[in-house]
Design a protein around this ligand. Structure first.
Ligand SMILES: *[C@@H]1O[C@H](CO)[C@@H](O)[C@H](O)[C@H]1NC(C)=O
Ligand SMILES: *[C@@H]1O[C@H](CO)[C@@H](O)[C@H](O)[C@H]1NC(C)=O
Ligand SMILES: *[C@@H]1O[C@H](CO)[C@@H](O)[C@H](O)[C@H]1NC(C)=O
Length: 540
């Protein structure tokens, strides 16, 4: 017996060749690469479940061929949730592995926010950087842009991107938005008149800046060349990292699919023409995003693909009030809510708000052409990548993400036993954990809607006892279980108990942070105060 085992171990070691192999408790040979893996996280903005073709195999859509290929060569997660239903909280939770009630980020930062993700929080790039990784970020940060809060002070060696959302500043040639934004140069009275007539939509005072490391590289930036800049920078980073032989983290937080959209379109289509509701602009923008993903995958494929994990996901669901410029929720319609008025995607805890398309790719490590329906969250990226890199997170704080390594690499099915979806303002106080998943059940202690296309909203409502849906039979969240049935009782009791436990756990966590959400005009990024819209003067 012992001999057989030794032989098995030896043959396993021979089989693994250059890899260091160990034997797991099941006796299976588990490869532990001596080389630490590279990580590429691609986070799409406001992407809908339905935007990924691979999520709707019956249909003929062909907007995401590169992502479809990645899914075919990798893993598609079908019950993966953004940690929140709006930008800043979702991003903070991804980078810290903690709920907003712990990391302090419970709603979005503004153009003139003084601070950002609390400095007491430890970030994923920081831990990887300390462990010898090269860390680079491209794209939308939205976790504070001043001094110590900027990406290069939170763990990134390099940064190129927009400090917040791509609609939080004017540009000279606006992209597609609803209401349509006006160019930076329009005079004040016209801006005022237009803004009043449109009620809301565009932030026009400060030109949208492009930041490199800690400096403003361009203000206002050119939305129409941004994708190409991101693409070439990403490809350069991947190649340079390869040449230097250093493991790397590349976090690409795309401007896609957040409005304004600025996709390449046939020449006759002008940027300011208001298009009919034919989805053409959105589809072109999806293809542009997918092409960028393809370029990143290609660069990884020709450099170090056996040691590179690519993790594509979204920060929250689609922004429904943007109508034809918003993505789709697919089957996750949130019918209980929409039948009472209002939208059920971004800014809500209905499935459309946080169930996001997610594809992972790691040739040779993640089995190809697989799907997994384990209940997972963007908060799991933090512990999973650290585990794959052999890094133990600091023990002085509590984490909410789980290490999903065995789900990704070995097809295990067990994800979160409970997963909480934080309120995002559409209902209740920011960050509160009043929607809970357990298995196929989902309980709401509070419901609320975001604005639908057309502007309608539903009323916020408290539920005691909670509304409980069975997502397996009712993924549209249409008809709640009847209260008082044994099934309902069992779920309600376990969820209530777990919620109490979690709130107690957070209350006794000595490393809970509080974000400073104060604003000051001088905190807005400004290239030149003397120029209108803070415009950077052209050199030469
Ligand atoms: C940004 O930082 C990187 C890495 O430190 C450096 O190579 C690059 O020159 C910097 N770029 C700018 C514009 O400062
Ligand atoms: C990626 O590489 C494949 C194969 O070489 C090529 O056909 C494809 O056009 C490339 N895609 C992108 C987006 O660069
Ligand atoms: C991928 O999986 C699907 C569904 O299991 C199967 O129909 C298809 O043939 C597979 N494709 C490849 C290339 O293995």
């Amino acid at each position: 017996m012992a001999e057989a085992l030794t032989l098995f171990v030896l043959s396993g070691m021979l089989l693994c060749g250059l890899l260091l192999c160990t034997v797991s408790q099941h006796g299976a040979s588990v490869e532990k690469p001596r080389k630490r893996p590279n990580f590429i996280i691609i986070l799409a903005d406001d992407i809908g479940w339905d935007d990924l073709d691979a999520n709707k195999p019956g249909e003929k859509a062909n907007n995401t061929p590169n992502l479809n290929l990645m899914a075919k060569q990798g893993l598609r997660l079908t019950d993966f949730h953004s940690p929140a239903s709006t930008c800043s909280p979702s991003r903070a939770a991804i980078l810290t592995g903690r709920y907003g009630l712990r990391n302090g980020v419970t709603h979005n930062f503004a153009v003139d926010s003084v601070a950002g993700l609390p400095l007491s929080e430890v970030t994923l790039p920081q831990l990887l950087q300390t462990a010898g990784y090269y860390t680079a970020m491209i794209g939308k940060w939205h976790l504070g842009h001043n001094g110590p809060y900027s990406p290069t002070n939170r763990g990134f060696d390099y940064y190129l991107g927009i400090p917040y959302s791509n609609d939080m500043g004017c540009t000279d040639t606006p992209g597609y938005n609803l209401p349509q934004c006006i160019p930076c140069d329009e005079d004040e009275t016209q801006v005022f008149r237009l803004k009043r007539s449109l009620h809301e939509g565009c932030y026009s005072k400060v030109g949208l800046p492009l930041i490199e490391n800690i400096s403003i590289a361009e203000q206002p930036l050119d939305l129409w060349t941004l994708t190409e800049r991101y693409r070439s920078t990403a490809v350069r980073i991947i190649h340079t990292a390869r040449e230097q032989g250093q493991p790397y983290l590349l976090y690409i937080a795309l401007a896609h699919m957040h409005v304004p959209l600025a996709p390449p379109l046939p020449p006759h289509a002008s940027s300011t023409t208001h298009h009919p509701d034919d989805g053409r602009v959105y589809a072109a923008s999806l293809r542009e995003m997918d092409n960028l993903v393809g370029a990143v995958k290609n660069a990884s494929d020709v450099t170090d693909k056996d040691h590179t994990l690519i993790w594509f996901t979204g920060d929250n669901g689609p922004w429904e009030q943007k109508c034809q410029y918003a993505g789709g929720v697919g089957p996750f319609k949130g019918t209980w809510q929409t039948s009472r008025g209002g939208g059920s995607a971004k800014q809500t805890t209905w499935e459309g708000g946080h169930r996001v398309p997610t594809v992972l790719y790691w040739p040779g490590r993640i089995p190809a052409n697989t799907t997994n329906s384990a209940l997972l969250s963007g908060m799991d990226i933090f512990p999973t990548l650290l585990s794959l890199a052999g890094i133990t997170p600091p023990p002085d704080r509590r984490y909410d993400g789980i290490d999903a390594t065995n789900i990704l690499l070995y097809g295990e099915q067990t994800g979160h036993e409970f997963l909480f979806h934080p309120n995002s303002g559409a209902a209740g106080s920011f960050g509160d954990l009043q929607t809970v998943r357990r298995g196929k059940h989902k309980a709401f202690y509070i419901t609320g809607s975001a604005k639908a296309c057309g502007g309608a909203t539903g009323r916020q409502q408290l539920h005691d006892p909670p509304l409980i849906f069975d997502l397996e039979h009712d993924n549209a969240e249409e008809t709640p279980l009847e209260a008082g049935t044994p099934e309902y009782q069992a779920v309600a009791e376990s969820i209530a108990r777990k919620r109490e436990e979690l709130l107690w756990d957070i209350a006794t966590d000595r490393s809970v942070s509080t974000a400073d959400y104060s604003t000051d005009q001088s905190a807005a990024p400004c290239c030149d105060l003397r120029q209108a819209v803070c415009r950077c003067r052209k050199l030469g």
